[in-house]
Design a protein. Sequence first.
Length: 137
Amino acid sequence: MEQKYSYAYTGILVMMIMLALQFLLGMYINLYVSFPPISELHLHFPSNYIIVFIHMMFGFLILIASFILLLLAVRINDMKIIISGALSFIFVIVAGLSGFIFLFYEYNIYSFLMAFSFIIVVISEFYYFYRLSLIKK
């Protein structure tokens, strides 16, 4: 198997593991972390916010991984894989921006956008993997 395909397979595996952890962290935050008004954060820092920061760091790692997978898709030179990688990258950005805005306003639409973006990213990555398996044959 060519090295670019091997990297893509490994990248998708790592991406899926990170997405699963991100999902679990997000569910924990949704269920157990309450957000005080931003104006009160300077008075005291909630101890359970460490989970929020871990969630954010995983988001940055997922952003980097999705960008690398997009670059690999361009290198593989298959239009369907490029579209899948681009969709994944775009919706990782949408999820990250939605999460950032949610911290300030706590509107449910931003939480919904994070969840919707997660689903699109997972579907895109599965398609990327499926398409790679077809090309490799």
